[in-house]
Design a binder for this molecule. Structure first.
Ligand SMILES: [Zn+2]
Length: 266
């Protein structure tokens, strides 16, 4: 008797056992192999564009791996009016926070190793002693991973009592990550927090704040008011940039554009 289907040879010794008809059942699902190949391809692409290095956690002194997007793979697509940069994949914004999974310390990469003894003690007391740990993040970060890491960095920043400008910058980046997810409600929530922090920073901190000189920060405050639907304060701050003697032509033009946009809308 002949076996039917493609598994003939694989079950050839089962002839005349009464199980001949079962041999059509595939041993493996081939379409799953395609999925695996796609996963491997994505990982290979990620390995090409991202490199990993080991650094020492300044809080618990353990070695931890951090990921960095190779600079020759950073491609800017466009810029939003609140200074958000849209990148082609991979997005460096996703990799900007370094997290120690051993102790829960997290910070923007540029400031990761710079922590005073007083702040270190605050992190140990309030974060490390409560941290239950977390499994490793996926190799290739997406906006959800980045949100998790930024929220942890923000909490660390609050505990360390960092400058308002630093906390505001983290809130602004969280708003951008929610914008990537098209989650407008959460985006606005973080834009409002960023606005509160930048207003305090404008009043009490020395420039630059979050890398911004005075006029750029004034413009950003106006733009955040505009994006959170406070027309009168937006017009006031954007107007201040337009008449500011030290404002550069580029930032004045941006302020004029956003002011015109407001006038058109209302
Ligand atoms: Zn650590």
């Amino acid at each position: 008797m002949e076996f039917k289907g493609s598994n003939n040879d694989l079950f050839s010794s089962l002839v005349n056992t009464g199980l001949e008809n079962l041999t059509d059942t595939p041993i493996f699902h081939r379409e799953q192999n395609k999925k695996v190949i796609r996963k491997v391809e994505t990982k290979i692409k990620a390995v090409e564009k991202i490199y990993e290095k080991k650094i020492e956690c300044p809080v618990c002194s353990r070695k931890l791996p951090v990921k960095i997007v190779k600079s020759n793979y950073i491609r800017i697509e466009s810029r939003d009016t609140d200074f958000m940069i849209n990148y082609k994949d991979p997005n460096p914004l996703f990799y900007d926070i370094w997290v120690c999974l051993e102790c829960g310390y997290a910070s923007p990469s540029a400031r990761f190793s710079k922590i005073s003894n007083i702040k270190r003690e605050k992190v140990i007391k309030n974060i490390c002693t409560k941290w239950k740990g977390k499994k490793a993040y996926p190799y290739y970060y997406n906006e959800d991973t980045a949100i998790e890491m930024h929220q942890l960095a923000l909490l660390n920043s609050v505990i360390k009592q960092d400058k308002d400008g630093e906390k505001a910058h983290l809130c602004l980046k969280l708003a951008w990550l929610y914008r990537i997810k098209n989650d407008l409600a959460n985006e606005k929530k973080y834009l409002k927090e960023a606005l509160v922090g930048f207003l305090k920073a404008y009043e009490f901190e020395t420039m630059p704040v979050a890398g911004l000189e005075e006029c750029s920060l004034m413009y950003l405050i106006g733009e955040l008011y505009r994006r959170t639907d406070d027309k009168s304060n937006a017009l006031k701050w954007l107007g201040l940039v337009i008449v500011h003697k030290r404002a550069k032509p580029k930032i004045k033009n941006m302020a004029r554009d956003q002011k015109d946009l407001l006038k058109e809308l209302y």
